[in-house]
Write a protein that binds this ligand. Sequence first.
Ligand SMILES: *Cc1c(COP(=O)(O)O)cnc(C)c1O
Length: 395
Amino acid sequence: MLSMSMPVPPALDPPRRILMGPGPSDTHPRVLAALGAPTVGHLDPYFLQVMDDSQKMLREVFRTKNELTLAVSGTGSSGMEACVVNLIEPGDRMVVCVNGVFGGRMADVAERAGAVVTKIERPFGEIIPADEVAAVVKKVSPKVFGIIHAETSTGAWQPLPEISKIVHDAGALMLVDTVTSLGGIPLEVDEWELDAVYSGTQKCLSCPPGLSPVTFSPRALAAMDARKTKVASWYLDMSMVRNYWGQQRAYHHTAPINMNYALREALRLVLEEGLENRHARHKKNHLALKAGIEAMGLKYAVPASHCLPMLNAIQIPDGVNDAAVRSQLLNEFGIEIGGGLGSMKGKVWRIGLMGETSSQRNVLVCLAALEKCLLDQGQKPAAGAGVAGAIAAYR
Ligand SMILES: *Cc1c(COP(=O)(O)O)cnc(C)c1O
């Protein structure tokens, strides 16, 4: 018989962290307050207004006029899956750029959706060169071309405009992962003619994980309308989801109401700050962190020419215990940073400066804490050099 005597676990009391990993990032108190607002029904007029507001703000943030712009229920990976399964029918050709973990994930998602996938591969940390894209799309003539704007696993910043032109000249649709880039670096969905774009809430939008903003161009819509087969995923089928976000308001699945409140508040914060100011803030704090890291004698894993401001991949010095430093940062200072993924596992630390986390306070605290950890590892960083380097950059 089922025992009824299980002790009830203690009340929730999460530690206060500074989230300087690859996501989630710190959330603004206004966003957390929005999560705790009264839940209404998913067809309540109040909630429909919340959806409309978010769609309008998402168009601003994505820099697009695309009608089909909404928040998929699920984390960033659900947006990846939504873009792929709505554009791909079994047997369609797709080219996927793989220079990190997330490109690899997109190729996996595409294969599962039945695409015939051709990969353009580059070592972790490098970007995808436009001339290689030109050669491959000419040879393969794909329906869809997929690429990661900000590869969070490596810290590489992929330029898009030239590649987008090449892809369109070859008659393909441009599918772009902007999970980490949205709200942190410039992204121009319409100007760069990106066709299917997805993001996530917990990186530079500084909202808890749980929704995936997406936007589809008229070209992508035409491809979706011309499908001969049903979308492989019922849950992510945009032909149904859009009837809920559009004027019909047809029930499809129950929207995560409070997560949508949180996203609305996070988007308000983004627009209050202004996209340009937000990008400038990310850049300024990145440059200060970098000055400090280099003053401590550490090196970046990605060249400055394509280094992301919100994700700093730093080479772990020889003789330093990766896991020990990360747990010391967490336990002694409440700072979370990320370890390496894939071929960078054990070789780099990933320090995130995303959204709310990107601040002068966090940069200086992180550098000071890291100095203590390195000393405890038997390293000899020049006393105070990291903090001094960052302060000099700020001044
Ligand atoms: C975080 C991330 C994802 C996956 O998002 P989840 O919210 O973890 O599902 C996809 N792509 C990139 C570039 C990311 O950084």
